[in-house]
Ligand binder design. Structure first.
Ligand code: NOJ
Length: 885
């Protein structure tokens, strides 16, 4: 039997360091810099007070009323690492028809499964700037999850947001801007959840580097110190949009925020997520980041994953039987457990998983037909674990379209591209060809061998195949020579002036669970240089050939300065991380079947030092808690460069086409009148009501003669332990050492809340801009990207970035001469700032007379190509302007 060591990767970095934690394993918080605070926020707001979830909660209330204590604690926790088919498996309440839930990675496809589609990564999807494709990819992925019988999709990822170019997991998300992340995530969630699959927005929040992210015996995970305004305007923004889109689950991050671990941070979970954003679904921990039993429950966590303590596989949990005990002895109020379990059950009803939802038909642990049902048990019952269900349908088409439309043409001197299929081509670089050992040869793709279609770690899927560039090129071009090397060969004869060299280079990164060629998840070794001497390969090719095309498969930005201005380097394509469809998506662009239409989801600077140290560099080791302080505030990526007047090599949003577009006839119209402060929120509706007395100890007794599986996590207690706990609880004498600020009185909720994602008025459309986009190139068809950036009025009492992305649209493919009318919208939130004193979103452009001052809506094809502007005060628009940056 072939076991795929699916889970082991998570253990490797932990084993020497983890603490045996059977209670509260973390000491007092480390000091964080002045001004960064995770204030206590209790109790957890009950779920169920919003109309959009009312029906699901009504069903859940009825269901939960029938559950025993042990059934409740069974479904709020995993049953143990490697104890079922999926990466996370909850317990069940089979008596009542509630199954074990299957939670499965990743954000780019069903992980560790056969017969699925390995979609392009998030970063590639972001680079399409195409809302329809963002949604279509979500629909296709949701169908595959459902077809495989999973309940919960562990994606999308918007945290990291891409603050640090060297950060290891930026590629799992959609780009270094909150609005690009937010819109892509919301559309993905919508697509996935329409298929009856619970989507999970992750990692909440501040997980902007991989190194030192986890708590262990010797050191807490790093503290991301984020001030209130920066949190709201940058990092929380995509989470708020995801909640607004109705996301069913949120996964907390490994690290701490403002000194408090994200899995038990009451300020973040109870306060920000569940009260201000009105989140009605369930909050799960990231894997093995559960470090306290009672405290995490009180702080608002609803599900611990995969169920174990942070030393997995020994059969210990801080919840399951311990949560049962904590409720019996009165430490965790039953009210909190009821809310946890109601949130889980309501989310299940909301996605209609009570109706014919398939059970898992695949195994993350083996590709064999039969295998142990609980691999971590060592001696486990054996049965059928794989049914080899093919869920691919025609999803390769969506995957290819995303890969193709994400390809970003950075430079095309002398219109070298598109190439003719009759050109003589020499292809250089090992990355043009699939890994000779197979595309899945390295566990969790933790190597950079052959074509790079995804990064490494838990955010991957197994390739069903990898259409590599060299095969696709050979299918199109009769005269091609392939040099499968990253060192420029010494025996190349003199090329003729028209010969073309196509050079493949890469940059890889991933999750901290693996180190690849010295890179610990983050790009700490190779930094922003191409791997395997790629920059030198380009330089050498440029010495020899007159016409060099560079194709870059990369997780993020690179410094291109050593070759970008070489006159022979005429064309550069960033193909990002294309997934299984790397080949044909590229040749469709190379040979001009379609024009490139991708745009950069981040800026490419000339030097790493173009950013301030807080974002340019990773935080290194220190004793105690590593402090990652967001001293740059709002100023990341183009916001930072623009503030400091630094011109990047290629700006955020940059991308060329084979054709040209004009933007004309702009108009702007006010839609919803704005006041300084949003209209008052409505008060919370009713939530499920249950008995709050401590349940009978008998609800927790181990059943007689139950065939226990070794190391499996159960929620029952031995009779005497249940009785003892109950006696303590009923006597009410021993009081748990509750955290500062602890309360059990439900709050009305902050003014900034009131709906999913915040006050519903934040989504009121304030202005609508329309314009005509015309393909004026004459030769090639193409799709245009239209990007809208807001500039706040002058003389407002807030420092705001010069321009900030607020909306974008992509045209359909326009034939030469064709036009399309494009509409872009600005909401109330888009023109607001988060006021830390008022604790609300204010529209600073509203004057004392109630009139709204001049917001400028800049429209263009990139953050530095903004030639058209519309003004909110006069309602006029102008064209042919000097860009503001
Ligand atoms: C750790 C990762 O951070 C998270 O993204 C993933 O979903 C879980 N492990 C499960 O593999």
């Amino acid at each position: 039997m072939v076991y795929r060591a699916r889970a082991v990767w998570l253990l490797l970095p932990l084993s020497p360091f983890v603490s045996v934690s059977l209670g509260r394993s973390v000491g007092p918080r480390d000091p964080v810099p002045e001004g960064y605070r995770a204030a206590p926020y209790y109790p957890t707001p009950h779920g169920g007070w919003l109309d959009s979830w009312r029906e699901a909660y009504a069903k859940a209330e009825e269901f939960v009323s029938q559950m025993t204590l042990a059934e409740k604690t069974n479904i709020t926790s995993g049953v143990g690492f490697w104890m079922g088919p999926c990466v996370g498996n909850t317990g069940s309440a089979e008596r009542l028809g509630f199954p074990r839930l299957c939670l499965q990675d990743s954000a780019l496809g069903v992980a560790s499964a056969d017969n699925i589609t390995a979609f392009p990564a998030g970063i590639t999807t972001g680079a399409t700037w195409d809302k329809a494709l963002m949604y279509a990819r979500g629909v296709a992925m949701g169908k595959e999850y459902r077809g495989k019988g999973a309940n919960v999709h562990l994606g999308p990822s918007v945290g990291p947001l891409g603050r640090k170019p060297l950060g290891g997991r930026n590629w799992e998300g959609f780009g270094s801007d909150p609005v690009l992340q937010a819109k892509a995530a919301a559309l993905h969630i919508q697509g996935v959840q329409e298929q009856g699959i619970i989507a999970t927005i992750k990692h909440f929040i501040g997980n902007e580097q991989e190194m030192y992210r986890m708590y262990n015996l010797f050191q807490p995970g790093y503290s991301a110190n984020i001030d209130d305004r920066t949190l709201h305007e940058i990092y929380l923004w995509p989470f708020a949009e995801a909640v607004h889109a109705g996301v069913g689950a949120v996964m907390t991050a490994y690290n701490a925020v403002n000194g408090s671990a994200c899995s038990q941070n009451s300020y973040l979970i109870n306060g920000i997520l569940k009260d201000e954003l009105g989140f009605q679904g369930m909050v799960m921990s990231d894997w093995l980041s559960h470090i306290s039993g009672v405290d995490s429950a009180l702080a608002g966590l609803d599900m611990n994953m995969p169920g174990d303590t942070n030393i997995p596989l020994f059969g210990f949990s801080l919840w399951q039987y311990e949560l049962t005990r904590s409720v019996l002895n009165g430490s965790v109020p039953l009210d909190r457990l009821n809310d946890m379990v109601t949130r889980v059950v309501a989310t299940w009803y909301k996605m209609k998983q009570d109706k014919d939802h398939p059970r898992p038909n695949f195994s993350s642990n083996t590709r064999d037909r039969e295998g142990p049902l609980y691999p971590a048990a060592l001696i486990s019952p054996v049965g059928q674990v794989n049914w080899f269900v093919n869920v691919q349908e025609d999803h390769y088409l969506v995957a290819r379209q995303v890969a193709q439309d994400g390809i970003t043409l950075l430079k095309n001197n002398g219109s070298l591209l598109p190439l003719s299929t009759s050109s003589k081509l020499s292809v250089f670089g090992t990355h043009a060809q699939v890994n000779p050992a197979g595309p899945n040869a390295c566990m969790n793709r933790a190597c950079n061998t052959g074509t790079l279609g995804m990064g490494w770690g838990s955010g991957v899927a197994d390739y069903p195949y990898l259409d590599d560039p060299i095969s696709a090129i050979k299918r199109r071009v009769p005269d091609v020579e392939f040099h499968n090397t990253d060192r420029f060969p010494s025996n190349i004869g003199k090329p003729s002036p028209d010969d073309v060299a196509v050079v493949f280079i890469t940059s890889d990164s991933g999750e901290n669970s693996f180190t690849v060629e010295g890179n610990h998840g983050d790009r700490d070794a190779d930094k922003l240089a191409a791997w395997h001497g790629g920059d030198k390969l380009v330089q050498d090719a440029a010495q020899k050939y007159n016409n060099v095309v560079v194709v870059v498969h990369t997780v993020g930005p690179l410094i291109l300065e050593s070759w970008i201005d070489h006159p022979s380097v005429k064309a550069v394509l960033f193909a990002h991380l294309p997934g299984q469809e790397a080949g044909e998506s590229l040749t469709n662009i190379l040979f001009g079947d379609v024009s490139p239409s991708g745009h950069l989801p981040y800026s490419i600077t000339k030097a790493a030092t173009d950013y301030p140290d807080s974002i340019a560099n990773l935080r290194g080791f220190t004793f105690g808690q590593v402090q990652d302080t967001y001293s740059e505030g709002l100023y990341i990526d183009y916001r930072s460069l623009n503030k400091r007047g630094i011109k990047p090599r290629f700006a955020f949003g940059h991308g060329l086409s084979y054709t040209n577009f004009t933007f004309s006839n702009p108009t702007i119209r006010p839609v919803t009148p704005l006041s300084l402060v949003p209209p008052a929120r409505s008060s919370k509706g009713p939530t499920p009501a249950y008995a709050t007395t401590i349940p009978a100890a008998s609800e927790a007794y181990w059943p007689d003669n139950f065939p226990r599986i070794w190391r499996y996590l159960y929620s029952w207690l031995p009779r005497n332990e249940a009785d003892d706990a109950y006696a303590i609880g009923i006597a009410g004498e021993k009081k748990y050492a509750y955290p500062d600020g602890y309360s059990t009185v439900q709050k009305p909720g902050p003014a900034a809340g009131g709906g999913e994602g915040g006050n519903p008025a934040l989504w009121d459309v304030a202005w609508e801009v329309q314009l005509t986009v015309t393909n004026v190139g004459g030769k090639h068809a193409g799709k245009a990207s239209v990007q809208a950036y807001v500039q706040f009025p002058e003389r407002i009492p807030y420092d705001t970035p010069v321009v900030q992305l607020r909306d974008f649209e992509k045209t359909k493919e326009l034939a030469p001469g064709d036009s399309e009318t494009v509409t872009l919208r600005l909401t109330r939130k888009d023109v607001s700032v988060w006021d830390v004193e008022v604790q609300n979103w204010l529209v600073p452009g509203v004057g004392l007379d109630g009139k709204v001052g001049r917001y400028t809506v800049w429209i263009g094809e990139a953050s530095d190509k903004l030639f058209l502007a519309c003004y909110t005060d006069t309602g006029e628009c102008e064209t042919e302007l000097e860009p503001p940056v």
